[in-house]
Ligand binder design. Structure first.
Ligand SMILES: [Zn+2]
Length: 295
């Protein structure tokens, strides 16, 4: 293309495209925010990952270190907690077994925190023996309630979903849940679909919707502006999954998986949703596996 082909519209588009990374750069790599309307619930964010921690008079309950590929990330998380309280971190709870969320727990362990995860996470982590991921001290089944310094935190295992080890963490008094990866907030599902249990996830989301909560802290900042999720977000993701499944069901049962079906698979209703272009292929492949192969 010759330079003279640059129209004012083209220049405006270019300016817009350049503005986006600049905005992203303005956001600090690490950030800690108290959740509005709570006394003691915080979100620690490191890049595109985040986790919840709760400060009580008897100590801190922390979750996911979110330090994959960031060797100093666990200690930086602890340092952020120290800016809020001098109480010790008593617990570190893993949301599920994926390293991008739970790598980096060594600093917490060294500081005396008890590491808790679902038993399926522990079994998986033992096999993989990742050098950056601390093994849990305690492995739980379907439910555990942690009470510390006047705060109650429930840990629920509700079956297969984004992983086979996901815990839904609920603060009953605050009506807040921390749920990672299964219900993206304001964006199209992406790579996380690679090993999802698609049909079971629909049941899982229905169970989550049936729980008593108002706000959901996601493991990746919600769009736009890092917002928290609501039950409407959960319902929207459930609908999206049902529609994606139905779309691929036709293609898969027509014998079009993998290549033809993956080319034909489109969900135009969601085309303007953040992450659609990048995520569509992952969603297509997972449902092709389901309806074209039975897996
Ligand atoms: Zn995950």
């Amino acid at each position: 293309m010759k330079r003279t082909a640059f129209t004012s519209i083209g220049a405006a588009l270019l300016a817009g495209a350049l503005a986006l990374p600049a905005q992203a750069q303005q956001r600090p790599q690490i950030e800690t925010k108290k959740v509005d309307g709570t006394d003691n619930v915080y979100i620690f964010r490191n890049g595109g990952h985040q986790s919840m921690f709760i400060v009580t008079k008897d100590g801190v309950i922390a979750t996911d270190p979110v330090a994959y590929g960031r060797p100093a990330g666990g200690q930086q998380y602890l340092d952020e907690i120290k800016k809020v309280t001098d109480k010790p971190v008593k617990f570190l709870i893993y949301s599920h077994h994926h390293f991008d969320h739970i790598a980096g727990g060594k600093a917490f362990k060294t500081a005396g925190a008890r590491v808790i995860a679902h038993k399926n996470a522990t079994a998986r982590l033992k096999v993989l023996n990742d050098p950056h991921t601390v093994l849990p001290d305690e492995s739980i089944g379907n439910k555990k309630v942690i009470s510390l310094g006047g705060t109650t935190l429930e840990l629920h295992y509700l079956g297969l979903n984004h992983s086979d080890s996901t815990l839904v963490m609920r603060l009953p008094k605050e009506k807040i849940i921390f749920l990672v990866d299964t219900i993206p907030v304001g964006s199209f599902p992406g790579r996380g679909f690679i090993d999802i249990y698609p049909l079971e996830t629909e049941d899982f989301i229905k169970k989550v919707i049936a729980m008593d909560w108002d706000r959901m802290i996601p493991g990746h900042p919600g769009a736009p502006d890092g917002r928290l999720g609501t039950k409407d977000d959960a319902k929207a993701v459930l609908t999206l999954m049902q529609e994606a499944s139905a779309e691929m069901k036709k293609l898969g049962q027509d014998g079009k998986c993998w290549d033809t079906a993956e080319k034909e698979f489109k969900l135009p209703k969601y085309a303007t949703l953040q992450g659609y272009e990048a995520g569509l292929g992952f969603v297509a492949r997972r449902y092709c596996g389901l309806w074209g192969r039975g897996t």
